[in-house]
Ligand binder design. Structure first.
Ligand code: FAD
Ligand code: NAD
Length: 471
């Protein structure tokens, strides 16, 4: 163990938020040490948002090409995974090398330390490098934790001894399997299912819950399920997986449906996308009185980590481990607030009533704020407006214009507390509703607006009109 070194701020785990925070803190004059054990920038640029959205873009192009028949002539589409794999390797991840990101940090004046960081007490961190050597640091201001998550390992008999994919292997695929089983119908499972199916894999998605995209509005899940089924995907919900095997290049998955029917499915590849495990178990949390087995770190509105007796001295956390939405935009939002807190500055505190999200299937599934069910559980007087088509624009769009808009009103206050949009560019249409929920624009004001014809967002006007019909 080396002699303790001193700095102002240590950042452990460099997800997208921490990368920004490190640069900002160094630019503000702090001596910053940034610790990363794998790839600087975290899951999003190397295994998450960026490569997966390159895959989605390619799959959407194929689908658009296939829609030419009957709308604009004839097209013969020949799918090839080669440009997708190449773009991910060369443009997105530089072959999963983070040197550019490390250089960006060091150019900004940050001291970069490659290794596993662990708290050893208040404001102190030990960093174990790849060679096993350990350096120790004391930070005068404190420590920011941004360790993120890893794919959850399911305790399914047989699974661990098979070469199954998680999102990390899926984005590194150099070819498309002829057949694919996907365990988990959350955002990762839904996006990957559609991508590989559109590239020709016979795909089945296996979801334990009653429907895919379970936290979304049921109407949104149902619409996406229909679209996937129409594209030839088998969607099995309410299943439990008894066993997984692998023999001679083929996976076998024994599935029990809710009615008790058993079936063994076979495929060339298995993708497990069944949730995430927070990287909190090897972070030395116990040395500052925190529980290393917790699923999230409680934080206050300034991102200070909360212990049993209030904020832990000199300790902040940002990103997925705070449990406020596992999205890059949440981590980025939080880093700016945490940085101001580290620097002793004020400014707006964190609040999460209008966290937007988009699952990049086609149609996209986007939401903000509360679903109808969550609003009812919160005890609000709820009115709901729902339109299950996208009006003239949906029809003009041809085959792929299906969608919906659902708005959830707190009727006592006359403001929207949540909304969902499914459709082409739903994530963009959602922007309007995110403003409405965030700024608590009165529903009466939203109804006075003029909605351009024929846009997708015009369906919002119809959904607002439908609020009147709700009991
Ligand atoms: C397939 C996929 C698609 C996604 N798509 C989207 C999307 O479209 N939009 C969106 O907003 N979000 C998306 N996400 C979620 C997004 O990737 C995360 O929310 C985002 O990366 C923020 O995570 P984070 O900052 O908590 O940490 P992470 O990105 O998980 O990074 C944490 C970093 O900390 C490092 N680390 C952990 N422990 C230690 C330690 N003890 N010492 C040193 N280093 C450590 C890890 O190696 C990692 O690099 C997607 C995720 C996946 C998996
Ligand atoms: N477009 C986006 O913004 C985007 C895309 C991908 C991921 N993400 C983020 O990453 C997070 C993780 O994504 P995820 O899809 O892995 O996790 P998730 O937790 O959101 O969904 C996992 C799904 O797997 C199911 N499941 C769990 N155990 C199962 C089992 N044994 N058998 C069958 N099904 C099982 C769950 O019921 C759930 O529907 C998301 O919650 C999201 O915040 C965002």
């Amino acid at each position: 163990m080396s002699e303790e070194q001193t700095c102002d701020l240590i950042i452990v785990g460099l997800g997208p938020g921490a990368e920004s925070l490190a640069t900002g803190a160094a630019e503000a004059g702090l001596r910053v040490v940034a610790v990363e054990k794998h790839l600087t920038g975290g899951e999003c640029p190397y295994y998450g948002c960026v490569p997966s959205k390159m895959m989605v873009r390619a799959a959407d192009l194929l689908a658009e090409g296939r829609r030419i028949d009957g709308l604009a002539g004839e097209a013969t589409i020949t799918a090839s995974w080669e440009p997708v794999a190449r773009r991910i390797r060369e443009e997105a991840t530089t072959d999963w090398d983070d040197q550019v990101a490390v250089d960006r940090l060091t150019d900004a004046g940050v001291t970069f330390a490659r290794g596993q960081g662990r708290l050893t007490g208040e404001r102190t961190v030990a960093v174990q490098g790849p060679d096993g050597a350990t350096s120790t640091w004391r930070a005068e201001r404190g420590v920011v934790l941004n360790p993120g998550t890893r794919p959850a390992q399911l305790p399914i008999p047989g699974l661990d001894s098979t070469p199954y994919w998680t999102n990390r292997e899926a984005v590194q695929a150099t070819s498309v399997p002829a057949s694919l089983l996907v365990i988990g119908g959350g955002p990762i499972g839904a996006e990957m299912t559609q991508v590989f199916a559109r590239f020709g894999a016979r795909t089945t998605v296996l979801e334990a819950g009653p429907r895919i995209l379970g936290p979304e509005e049921p109407e949104a899940s149902a619409l996406l399920t229909d679209v996937l089924a129409h594209e030839g995907v088998r969607v099995m919900s309410g299943v439990s997986i008894a066993e997984v095997g692998y023999l001679d290049g083929t996976f076998s998955v024994a599935v029990e449906e809710s009615g008790g029917r058993r079936e063994t499915l076979h495929a060339d590849q298995l993708l497990v996308a069944a949730g995430r495990t927070p990287n909190l178990d090897d972070l030395g949390l116990e040395t500052v009185g925190l529980d290393p087995t917790a699923r999230t770190l409680a934080v206050d509105e300034r991102l200070r980590v909360l212990g049993a007796d209030g904020p832990v001295e000199g300790l902040w956390a940002i990103g997925d481990v705070t449990g406020q939405g596992a999205f890059t935009h949440v981590a980025m939002y939080q880093q700016a607030i945490a940085l101001r807190s580290v620097l002793g500055e004020g400014g707006a505190a964190a609040q999460y009533r209008a966290v937007p999200h988009t699952t990049f299937t086609d149609p996209e599934v986007a939401g903000v704020g509360l679903t109808e069910q969550r609003a009812r559980e919160a005890g609000l007087t709820v009115r709901v407006g729902l339109v299950e088509d996208l009006g003239s624009r949906g029809w003009l769009h041809g085959g792929a214009g299906q969608g919906l808009v659902k708005v959830v009103e707190d009727a006592d206050r006359g403001v929207l507390v949540g909304a969902s949009v499914v459709g082409p560019a739903a994530g963009e249409v959602l922007g309007f509703l995110a403003v409405a929920v965030h700024a608590e624009v009165p529903v009466a004001t939203l109804r006075e607006m003029i909605y351009a014809y024929p846009t997708f967002h015009r369906a919002i006007e119809s959904a607002l009109a439908d609020l009147d019909d709700d009991g």
